[in-house]
Design a binder for this molecule. Sequence first.
Ligand code: GTR
Length: 396
Amino acid sequence: MLTSALSVLVLWYTFWAEAENSIELPELLVAANGEVIDSTQAWQSLRRPELLELFRQNIYGRNPVDKPQDLNFELKKVNESAMSGKATLKLVEICYSGPGGKGCIHLTVFIPKKQKRPAPGFLLICNRPRDENIDPTRKVKSHFWPAEEIVERGYIAATFHISDVDPDEHDRFQNGVHGIFDPRHPSRAPDAWGSIAAWAWGASRCMDYFETDGDIDPSRMAVLGHSRGGKTALWCGATDQRFSLVISNESGCTGAALARRKFGEDIQAINHDFPHWFCENYKSFGGREHELPIDQHMLIALMAPRLVYVASASEDDHADPLGEFLSCVYAQPVFDLYHLEGVGASTMPGEHQPRHTGHIGYHLRKGSHNLTLYDWNCFLDFADKHWKPARHAVEK
Ligand code: GTR
């Protein structure tokens, strides 16, 4: 009697758990014209551009400018003996102008001395207070950007602050790059870029600089961000294929998490709380997630065949860890076209069991919403595994 009651319970739980996880998603590999995408060529020439355009039109918005014609770089400072002689520090000013004025991004770069140059590395999109997290003097240190540890592992530690590109406040798109580049129409286009797209644009301008610096290997640069910075890193990686590794740390809603699960923060809430992050069209999908022609697994798929990494934290329900993991799982068909292993599991790994073997990395950290040394060490391990630089290339 007890056994049969137990098995009914187990059966009920299994159905419930499956129903929880099963979700109807838009077709990844069927183009708008009905064509089934079965080759990398069809993916690259037809479906990928089509999906990118759907994300642009409905979520992140359209940039009025790509690389500005007058983009210029000024090396403001070089210190060959930073970090007790372990790194070269470069402070670079990346400036541009448009009809509404001039803007500059202050890029900080630490290049490891022990690494053969050009060196690989990580660009952090910093969304936390500048002085406490990305101090170039290193008087103040934070695990949000453990520059010493990154350099010690043989990687470049680079970062810029999002406020240089566009302050994180809703001022109706007057300041930052919106004020500089947006056309002065009486009304703003419903698919005009929001702040997330603006910050992603800023990360691409840093890549423009990396391409000019002989100490940096632009073919092995990762773009990385936490939370709103993670959403930004993913959109940057989707639009700028020069980044060969794209890392989202707890990016949650409109980052790695599937919108259709409506778990934790949802489209209505995020647009209510942060009306400046996305394009105007996105607001109409609040409560209508199922009508979006896309979902976030497609954003992950846009990184193929490059490397992508999604990190979650066990107590970060607001960002929906399971939804972040499932995006990795459902992106797999595109990696299959390239005969590449993706995340390599369909059930969520436990805490501190990183998955690093395939082209989609994943881990679930124990704890709450944050970017910690544990997360960074996982990203560095993943880069070691896939870029295989440090151990062989280190100058003895
Ligand atoms: C939260 C927001 C999230 C996430 C986070 C952050 O308040 O709801 O989408 O981006 O901020 O950036 O820390």
